[in-house]
Design a protein around this ligand. Structure first.
Ligand SMILES: NC(=O)c1ccc[n+]([C@@H]2O[C@H](COP(=O)([O-])OP(=O)(O)OC[C@H]3O[C@@H](n4cnc5c(N)ncnc54)[C@H](OP(=O)(O)O)[C@@H]3O)[C@@H](O)[C@H]2O)c1
Length: 325
């Protein structure tokens, strides 16, 4: 038996229940981990409310966690019993005290990284890594626009992009978040709830537009984001915190200057173990060397995750949120 958060139907945070569930022995390539910390991510909200479909119901939620290896399957060679480990990319079901997970998804944590910090940065940090280094390899002097810059992915990406030499324009809601991202190095901050961000980006770039837009807000910003790009610029649409983007006319990419558009997922940017280890090493280096500081601004007990969902969904959080098991 273990304790797990389950949902029986899609809906609001109140659908999540803290219950006893049976746990099997791990298969030959699987591991049983005793989790100590779980990362909260906006994608958990999409699965909870039905924006994304779960394979079946009832289901647990969550993709990211850290803990200690308790039992390993007969063919596991990536980790051993007692290792401190973390993972970023599921499978879904991290909202649990104990869980079974394929060993190929786990990385062993260095002594300098606590479980809590690992659980708060794996998914957001690996996302920042592929956004800034793989989809487009950000170069010194590039002007980029990054929406929701005070969020979990946003604060990590802000610091990483500055380290790469980019000029970072960020959007946020409210004065407090604007001050926060400024303190993390953002060059320009736009409160897109009171200013027209397209007009401001054009002013900042003297009419030229930016090289890349990173847009995880979706419905409310998608159209404006395309207008912020230079000719042949790249639109990276990687989320939809404000709602699903309506169908759009592909011709818009032509009329806004032969633009490129991509809708990436972390899964396709880490599709084998060697890629996972390379990207994780890059992330760990940048955090251990204090180039990127992980800002854990909200901590809840896993059993109280409903409150954490409420806060994240209502734009009340900044940086990372971690759930302690
Ligand atoms: N494709 C991928 O590989 C991938 C991987 C990880 C995350 N993501 C996406 O990246 C985004 C950020 O994830 P995160 O976990 O770090 O979350 P987060 O940025 O900490 O939280 C989402 C932020 O979106 C902004 N937002 C704008 N309009 C909103 C609305 N109507 N409702 C709620 N929030 C709104 C809010 O910032 P302001 O109040 O400042 O506007 C809010 O803080 C999410 O869209 C997520 O799905 C994608």
């Amino acid at each position: 038996m273990t304790k797990s958060i389950l949902i029986y139907k899609y809906g609001g945070p109140e659908q999540m229940r803290w219950e006893n569930v049976n746990i099997q022995s791990p298969g030959p390539r699987d591991v049983l981990i005793h989790q100590t910390a779980v990362g909260l991510n906006f994608i958990d909200i999409y699965y909870r409310n039905g924006t994304y479909s779960l394979p079946s119901l009832p289901s647990s939620l969550g993709f990211e966690g850290a803990g200690i290896v308790e039992v390993i399957g007969s063919e596991v060679n990536e980790v051993k019993v007692g290792d401190r480990v973390a993972y970023a990319n599921g499978p879904i079901g991290s909202y649990s005290e104990r869980r079974i997970i394929p060993s190929r998804n786990l990385v062993v944590l260095p002594d300098s990284l606590s479980d809590t910090k690992a659980a708060s940065m794996m998914l957001k940090g690996l996302t920042s890594q592929y956004l800034l280094r793989k989809i487009y390899n950000v170069q010194s002097g590039d002007i980029i626009l990054f929406h929701a810059l005070a969020g979990g992915v946003g604060l990590i990406a802000c610091q990483w992009a500055k380290h790469l030499g980019a000029i970072v324009i960020g959007t946020v809601k409210g004065y407090y978040k604007a001050m926060l991202v400024k303190s993390y190095g953002a060059d320009y901050v736009i409160d897109y709830t009171i200013e027209n961000f397209v007009t401001r980006v054009k002013e900042i770039t003297c009419g030229k537009g930016v090289r890349v837009v990173y847009d995880s807000v979706g419905k409310d910003t998608f159209e404006g984001s395309l207008k912020c790009l230079q000719p042949r610029g790249l639109m990276v649409s990687f989320g939809q915190s404000s709602g699903i983007i309506p169908a759009f006319n592909v011709g818009t990419l032509a009329t806004n200057g032969s633009l490129y558009l991509t809708r990436p997922t972390l899964e396709t940017y880490i599709n084998n173990r060697s890629e996972l280890l390379t990207n994780v090493n890059e992330l760990f280096d940048i955090v251990i060397n204090k180039i990127v500081k992980i800002e854990i601004n909200q901590t809840y007990k896993l059993s109280e995750v409903a409150q954490a969902h409420y806060e994240l969904e209502n734009r009340k959080t900044t940086g990372s949120t971690v759930l302690i098991v």
